[in-house]
Design a protein around this ligand. Structure first.
Ligand SMILES: [Fe+2]
Ligand SMILES: [Fe+2]
Length: 187
């Protein structure tokens, strides 16, 4: 953690200086834009997928803590979904960092520093990925029903923090990326 007000763990919105293109392409108009069906729609759909997987894992965890799902069922679901979530998220970050962010920053140098912020977010999220993997492994290796529920308290805290930080990152990224993609018809 650091004192940077733009660091993901304490940021609550993108600063105005990075919202200048968004001001010309407000979110409410995105879907009707002629350039929407392509990269912009695909990008938003990937983000919806991450939000949905996170919501499912949180719901499963709440049900398990409430003893409405048996330990083996919960373990199977977490193993499958957790692995998919981490694999897809890491792949998504890699292509953003190496291909899309540099390309979009070149197209709109005025907001180029915003893409550096998003890149830094990915590093913060990767710390959470490590904690997620360790917490999930503790849950999956718990030797008894009771032990699993104890480990779940810790994993639930990691999930809640991940949900908050990922949600902030995804929505800030959409505000930065989608207007540039629409304006320049990036595909
Ligand atoms: Fe991202
Ligand atoms: Fe993304």
């Amino acid at each position: 953690m650091n004192d940077d007000p733009l660091a993901l763990y304490q940021r609550r919105a993108l600063p105005e200086e990075f919202r200048i293109i968004l001001a010309q392409y407000p979110r409410a108009d995105w879907a009707a834009h002629p350039n929407f069906n392509g990269l912009a729609a695909f990008w938003l759909d990937r983000h919806l997928n991450f939000r949905a997987m996170m919501a499912q894992m949180q719901q499963d965890t709440a049900l398990r803590l409430d003893e409405q799902i048996a330990a083996p069922d919960y373990g199977g679901r977490l193993a499958r979904l957790g692995q998919r979530f981490l694999g897809e998220l890491e792949g998504h970050h890699a292509i953003e960092d190496t291909a899309y962010f540099p390309q979009l920053a070149r197209l709109e140098p005025r907001i180029a520093r915003g893409f550096d912020i998003l890149d830094a977010d990915h590093h913060a999220l990767h710390d959470l990925i490590d904690r997620f993997a360790a917490g999930a492994n503790d849950v999956l290796r718990a030797p008894s029903d009771r032990a699993q529920r104890e480990k779940l308290a810790n994993f639930g805290t990691v999930l809640a923090q991940f949900d908050q930080m990922l949600g902030q990152h995804l929505s800030d990224e959409e505000d930065l990326v989608v207007p540039v993609v629409l304006k320049h018809r990036v595909d």
